[in-house]
Ligand binder design. Structure first.
Ligand code: UDP
Length: 503
């Protein structure tokens, strides 16, 4: 756990893959060679300096997902790189930063007041004090997202540094909420030499002219994304509690088991209750943090409508291919999964969002409840959690990311890499960057339009040929643009040209 602890702490990236491991894989060798060549030209100027990555949680969410590979591989490229997480005992800090996160995404809410600004600065000053003791003059500071944004100004009072702000969130619209957020954050931006965003649309006017776009990328060898054999997939599902074991497995049960919401409102180990059907049924899955902007609720409603339409006789009585389609729609189940609430330190709204979903589920008829699995995935072991996500994505006929807003949406790239067709929303900028509608998957225009969502979901389930084409094209697209190598190459180019301060 992190993010809510009393102070700053260092994250040690555990066992990981080296560049040589990636280079040894046939379809990744060329990317690694290209990355090494660029880095050899750009990065020697960092000799003797350390690059410090700072964010607000070591687990849960997209940033914590990407940092281990980025930190580790920068090390392989000869850059000394450290990762630290800010912390505080004051829960109001993360309530404030979550509100800032929502404002940046255009969700209306009260603008932070003077007392909140004081809290924001106090927590960051305390973390800056601790970080200053670790850093050396001339080092490079890369701050991720708004939570630790004031660090650069506070640190620069103490030592000469190059400072870059990497903002992973944003909205492609200017609204009263986004204006309030940027007005609040503006005073802290001046201390940065440069900023990095995931899309050009996200760059606020205050940073125009000193911002670069670097799309996020996934690590193809991480537990979340690596190939899984049939046995490994089934074994993970058995040992993680997602299915009842059909036979003995070599490895024992996971540290903690996945829990499924029951009609009586309790969460119990998922494989113990009525089987979800992961090994045989068509499965539609969304895996995200429990965040309102992820659009779980409209997705649940669309799925319920899809099932209700079948009961009304939609498609019944057809023969041949239509009979298979009908059977697929009859059998399909919805899986909504997210991290055990309370385990993602900088996300205090998770419990409330899961509670809303729970209430919606409990209000459904028993027959429909059977068709929907709301899963809480334990986070005790980040690796086991990742393996569960990997296995669930691979067991899916479709992966949905029905986000109302989405800075990028790593879950989309993760599914695309696995050739699982993705249904996401064109309203959010992140999905649009990844999925070209009709080519790499499908995008609905409005993630809150339950009828549109139902229709597109049904169309996708009905068309196996197109699902295969979308999956193939999606994997190619991730290979070309959204793997960790492209991201590192872009970081290498930026670190090769930012002004460095004399120690
Ligand atoms: N994730 C996870 N376990 C969960 C739910 C989500 O590991 O129970 C991961 C998910 O696979 C993805 C990341 O959390 O890698 C979420 O990143 P994304 O960019 O989709 O959204 P964010 O959380 O940053 O808004």
């Amino acid at each position: 756990m992190s993010g809510e602890g009393s102070g700053l702490h260092r994250v040690v990236v555990g066992e990981r893959h080296t560049l040589d491991d990636y280079a040894a894989i046939a379809h990744l060798g060329a990317e690694v060679a290209e990355l090494r060549a660029e880095a050899a030209a750009a990065l020697p100027r960092l000799a003797g300096r350390t690059v410090w990555m700072v964010n607000s949680t070591a687990q849960g969410g997209g940033v914590a997902e990407m940092l281990p590979a980025v930190v580790g591989l920068l090390g392989d490229l000869g850059v000394r790189c450290e990762w630290v997480v800010i912390g505080t005992d004051e829960p109001a800090f993360f309530a404030l930063t979550k509100r800032l996160h929502n404002l940046i995404h255009g969700v209306d809410g009260p603008a932070p007041d003077a007392a909140e600004r004081a809290l924001y600065e106090r927590v960051n000053r305390e973390n800056a004090r601790q970080l200053a003791a670790l850093m050396a003059p001339g080092d490079v500071l890369i701050v991720h997202d708004p939570q630790p944004l004031p660090l650069a100004a506070a640190l620069r009072e103490r030592l000469p540094l190059t400072a870059i702000w990497r903002c992973h969130i944003g909205l492609d619209q200017d609204t009263p909420a986004t204006r309030a957020a940027w007005a609040f954050l503006a005073p802290y931006l001046d201390a940065y030499d440069h900023a990095v965003f995931s899309a050009p649309e996200y760059i606020p006017v205050q940073l125009a002219g000193r911002a670069t776009v670097i799309p996020p990328g996934i690590d193809p060898l991480a537990p979340k994304n690596r190939e899984l054999s049939l046995h490994a997939t089934v074994g993970i599902m058995c040992n993680g509690g997602l299915v009842a074991c059909p036979g003995p497995t070599v490895r024992g049960p996971f540290t903690a088991l996945a829990q499924r919401l029951q009609p009586d409102g309790r969460f119990v180990p998922a494989g113990v209750s009525e089987s979800i059907g992961l090994l045989t049924r068509p499965i539609v899955t969304q895996i995200s943090r429990w965040d309102r902007l992820k659009g779980f609720l409209p997705l649940l409603r669309a799925f319920v409508t899809l099932k209700a339409a079948l009961g009304d006789g939609d498609g019944a009585g057809a023969g041949g291919r239509d009979a298979v389609v009908r059977r697929r729609l009859d059998l399909v189940r919805l899986v909504l999964a997210g991290p055990e609430p309370g385990t993602v330190g900088d996300d205090p709204e998770a419990l409330a969002v899961l509670e809303e979903l729970r209430a919606a589920y409990l209000a459904l008829d028993a027959a429909v409840q059977d068709e929907i699995a709301i899963l809480s995935l334990p986070m005790v072991s980040v690796e086991e959690n990742a393996l569960l996500v990997n296995a669930l994505q691979r067991a899916s006929t479709l992966v949905v990311q029905n986000s109302l807003r989405e800075g990028f949406g790593l879950t989309i790239a993760e599914a695309m890499w696995k050739r699982v067709p993705v249904l996401s929303s064109a309203r959010a900028c992140g999905p649009r960057q990844q999925v070209r509608d009709g080519l790499d998957g499908r995008l609905v225009a409005d993630p809150e339009d339950v009828e549109e969502l139902r229709r597109v979901m049904a169309e996708m389930l009905a068309d196996g040929d197109r699902r295969r084409q979308w999956g193939q094209s999606a994997q190619r697209r991730v290979h070309e643009r959204f793997l960790v190598f492209t991201q590192l190459r872009d970081w290498g180019r930026l670190l090769g040209r930012v002004p460095l301060r004399s120690p």
